[in-house]
Ligand binder design. Structure first.
Ligand SMILES: [Zn+2]
Ligand SMILES: [Zn+2]
Length: 213
């Protein structure tokens, strides 16, 4: 079977992944992949922004590790990339990251719907109790659309992230109709149009199969 490439892999520099790039490459070949891509969470301007990404000072070390895997496994196509958080106001930072290395692609991901709360962070799970799921979904897709509009990203990551802990929209925020009648279209439409206009691929992140899909 011809498996599609896996472009979303993290190394231990992200502090929530195990396995060096070489280990991933070896396994990829064993299961018949011909192409993979590393996309560690990009650093933020402040190293204490959260605790699930590399420090800014580790960016070159990350690139060197991926380059080494490329050299050690010439029979496998290995892409060098980053998963970059999109938050409004960080455009200059992202531009700066893009200029640092000849990246193969950027995955633009939204984890934060407000500064200080990443919706998928298990350590911040209690925050969901204070939030309205419809508003979170709505804010999430609003940011996804803005991320696609920036033109920074070849791929938009895991557009289904708000369902990680089982929270789903009860109705369409843009619709007076009930959720069941109206469907999800108004929620997605703006984002999908923005992705199409800006030539962004949309990631099918299979972690969703384990996360209350
Ligand atoms: Zn990721
Ligand atoms: Zn992510």
């Amino acid at each position: 079977m011809n498996l599609p490439a896996d472009y979303h892999m993290h190394t231990p520099l992200c502090r929530h992944a195990t396995g060096a790039p070489g280990d991933y490459a070896k396994h990829a070949l064993e299961i018949g992949l011909t192409e993979i891509g590393f996309s560690d969470h990009a650093p933020m301007p402040r190293d204490d922004f959260d605790n699930w990404r590399m420090y800014a000072s580790q960016l070159d070390e990350y690139v060197a590790k991926v380059r080494k895997a490329q050299k050690d496994f010439p029979q496998l196509t290995i892409r060098l990339a980053l998963e970059v958080d999109y938050l409004p106001g960080y455009e200059d930072w992202i531009r700066g990251l893009a200029a640092r290395h000849p990246w193969d692609y950027f995955i633009g991901s939204v984890h934060y719907v407000s500064d200080g709360w990443a919706i998928d962070d298990p350590q911040k799970l209690s925050e969901w109790k204070h939030r309205n799921a419809d508003e979170v979904w709505s804010a999430y897709f609003e940011r996804l659309a803005r991320a696609a509009e920036t033109g920074f990203f070849e791929i938009i990551g895991h557009a289904d992230l708000p369902k990680k802990f089982g929270h789903r929209p009860s109705r369409d925020p843009g619709s007076a109709e009930g959720f069941a009648e109206a469907g999800c279209t108004p929620l997605y439409e703006k984002f999908l149009n923005a992705a199409q206009r800006n030539n962004c691929a949309i990631e099918l992140n299979t972690a969703g199969l384990r996360n209350f899909s």
